[in-house]
Ligand binder design. Sequence first.
Ligand code: NIG
Ligand code: FE
Length: 417
Amino acid sequence: MSILITGFGQIITFKKADAPLRGKDMRDINIIKRGAILIGGKKILAIGKESEVKRHKLSKNAKHIKMRGVALPGFVDSHTHSIFAEPRLKDFSLRVSGASYQEIKTAGGGIISSINAVRKQNPAEMERQLLERAKKFLECGTTTAEVKTGYGLDFKSEIKMLQVIKNASLKTSLEMPATLLSAHCVPPEFKGDTKKYLEFIMAEILPFAARKRLAAFVDIFCEKGYFSAKESLKYLFHAKQYGFIGKIHAEQLSNSGGIAAGASAGAISADHADYANLSDIKVAKQTGMVLTLLPASNFYLGINKYPNARKMIASGAAVALATDFNPGTSPCLNMQEVLSLACINMGMTPEESIVAATINGAYALNMADRIGSIEVGKQADIAIFDAEDYREISYYFGGNLNLMTIKKGRIVYKKMR
Ligand code: NIG
Ligand code: FE
């Protein structure tokens, strides 16, 4: 069955490329005015001016939907920690009274304070929560969201999280590629013995997750007090032998060498990059590793220093945007908010923010061959916003302009009037 959607004020498309868009190509978007989209099954059959699309032979018998607004590719949120049992409200109170992320950790909050509830939570409840969140992602126009583990930090709980992602994926339209983030923090049982904990993950969790095909990616938090660059390098190399694609939380709170380590290990993305220096940016550019910026976490932690997106883009490094949705540093799953923050606090242009949140995010997930842009032959993953101009999506903040979400050719969310 085909669907013909007409009436769009604008449809945003990108230059065809087989790599993330960089430099000025990030600003060079195409705007189709008074456009239409023809969808056949899960895929896009035609896009263009209404009159052109109507000439397609499958248009005639297609179900016709009259829309309005701005059509973008569904957001690709390439960095989330969407499984957590409880919000961290104690951390929040400490934060608003001025404590830093590191001080909150020292006071007994932080990542470790999330593990008890996650370990105790039964998989059915975990799945119910994740599905509830998946619904909210779809409501906000996100059609793909990566989901990390990293709040279990023992074999049983980390595998439980991966299995929940897999099972939940069968019950929601949101695509949720999984990332094993057991190297998020050293759990109390290992009494700060980082080496021993990493050896345990490498010996027990990685082989099992690989054998059961539970995750495509492996991630590590490279930071003072967490894992060093040397450890990250060794770990990501090891993970690669099992077929995992590497990702790294790098240079979030200090320059710890994570970007260089990630690049040497062939990681697909280095995320945060707040303290990336010129040599890090150069390495990212040369290796093609995507720098995924997460400005909602800066905003939430009250950090005035944001990643230097302007320098990264000017240098030709690939830049993506994601929410970092998590209970400690970014309780925000709305990519529209991230676009606003990227423009206001990092000086990205509205065009760059859209590219970073869609096609470049798709590259950070190795999925750009089928998602991330409205392109003939690609999956019909589309978000339609209540706007006359695409710039309104980053201009308005604190709300949800999404009118309709289409995933794999099906309407999966429609705003109630
Ligand atoms: O990306 N930095 C490490 N991980 C998360 C925070 C996790 C947490 O505090 O629960 C982040 O910001
Ligand atoms: Fe994160």
